[in-house]
Design a protein around this ligand. Structure first.
Ligand SMILES: Nc1ncnc2c1ncn2[C@@H]1O[C@H](COP(=O)(O)OP(=O)(O)OP(=O)(O)O)[C@@H](O)[C@H]1O
Ligand code: SF4
Ligand SMILES: [Mg+2]
Length: 386
């Protein structure tokens, strides 16, 4: 509802043209011996062959639990980290091939807003100085008077007033500090905001105000958002598209309305089941909330990365759900459970379509609480059983 109101304000701002194109993006971190690593030169793949596109004026949400690689992806998108492989294109220009000058210009167009404004704002700088610095760094609104005019304009745009400009960050509430962080991002007139958990450090009562501010700014300024969150309930309010991340990979992506109501990957369904006010997934009996250990990023299982926690894989074996396409063959998982052999031995790979689900046995909404319907014995189902 919030989203529709905001978007109706500027229908012309949105197009289907992708402004951000990410293709097979990978980011590895080298590890020092003793921190996960058992030998020198070991590395962890924080982002693993991620591909997605963001239409201009839209909001693309990236969801996943802690450690799934969301912030690393965000930092690569804004150019703070270099990619190990793959590409990021902003308006057709490849980040990796930009000159220093082009990269600086890109940093003005793509701004990052972090989760905790207390950490991202310098406590020794008054709000006016924080905003002034952003303009100076990017060489915008030259001259002190012009910069002051722009600062006063933007502080009102984020719902604060000129009186806040003389305050230090610690003299502001959490919500006010996040408004200042947003002001610092929009003062440079960017096209894209990468929002890394923009409300998760705030009280629940303040979260809705900041979400509404972000929606209003998106509508007024025609901004494109890439929004990172661990909270699927936020996705329904703000996002057009969503990518669900697990241990560096996008396991599912698609329109937010579809993914939030009819998830295809068991991980997405489990995340939804954990959202208190969204009982869809649990009511349908599709998936209980998550249990089980997350594999170490340096010792990933051979087959599906989600096998150690997947209730779907257990269910398929326990209830002999051959109608899902299971051949009946089982194998012992890394944590000693009997699972479908494909789950243990074959890593699900991204298919040619961007909406692919990284699961050998994706959920079908039609399965309902009683399990999947009997599948007709077609050529296609025989093929899948081989
Ligand atoms: N500088 C680094 N050096 C080594 N490993 C790193 C570094 N930064 C991140 N990682 C690892 O990369 C993985 C992804 O981390 P990241 O911070 O991107 O996850 P996240 O999804 O943002 O988590 P959170 O929700 O807790 O913020 C983790 O395994 C993390 O330990
Ligand atoms: S491939 Fe198997 S273990 Fe992985 S998500 Fe699908 S059902 Fe679960
Ligand atoms: Mg993070």
């Amino acid at each position: 509802m919030m989203r529709q109101d905001a978007m109706q304000a500027s229908p012309a701002a949105r197009t289907d043209e992708p402004v951000v194109v990410v293709k097979d993006l990978c980011k590895d971190f080298g590890l020092h011996r003793g921190w996960f690593a058992t030998s020198a030169r070991q590395s962890v793949r924080a982002v693993d062959k991620v591909s997605f596109e963001v239409a201009r004026g839209s909001c693309y949400a990236i969801v996943g639990e802690s450690g799934s690689g969301k912030s690393t992806l965000a930092r690569v998108l804004v150019g703070l980290l270099g990619a190990t492989g793959g590409e990021v294109r902003i308006d057709g220009a490849d980040l990796a091939e930009m000159s220093d000058r082009e990269r600086r210009a890109m940093r003005q167009r793509v701004q990052l807003v972090l989760q905790d404004p207390r950490a991202s704002l310098d406590p020794r700088m008054r709000v006016a100085a924080v905003l002034n610095e952003a303009l100076v760094v990017h060489g915008l609104h030259r001259g002190a008077a012009a910069r002051r005019r722009r600062i006063e304009e933007v502080i009102v745009q984020v719902g604060l007033g000129p009186a806040h400009l003389d305050r230090y960050p610690n003299e502001l509430s959490g919500g006010q500090r996040q408004r200042v962080a947003i002001a610092r991002a929009i003062i440079c007139e960017p096209e894209i905001l990468v929002l890394d958990e923009p409300v998760s450090a705030l009280d629940v009562s303040v979260q809705a105000q900041i979400i509404n501010l972000l929606l209003d700014l998106q509508a007024d300024l025609g901004l494109t958002y890439v929004m990172i969150t661990h909270d699927l309930s936020l996705v329904g309010h703000m996002a057009d598209m969503v990518g669900v991340m697990y241990l560096g990979q996008f396991v599912e992506q698609g329109p937010a309305a579809r993914v939030c109501t009819a998830p295809r990957h068991p991980y997405t369904a489990s995340l939804l089941a954990a959202v208190p006010e969204d009982r869809d997934a649990t009511d349908a009996g599709l998936m209980p909330a998550l249990e089980g250990a997350i594999p170490s990023p340096v010792a990933m299982p051979r087959g599906c990365a989600f096998q150690t926690r997947c209730p779907r894989a257990d269910d398929i074996v326990r209830r002999n759900l051959t109608a899902t396409g299971w051949s009946g063959r089982i194998a012992r998982s890394v944590d000693g459970r009997d699972l479908p052999r494909r789950c243990v031995e074959e890593r699900p790979l991204p298919g040619p379509g961007r909406n692919a689900t990284l699961c050998h046995f994706p959920l079908d909404r039609a399965e309902g609480p009683g399990g999947p319907r009997a599948e007709p014995h077609t050529e296609h189902s025989q093929e899948r059983r081989r």
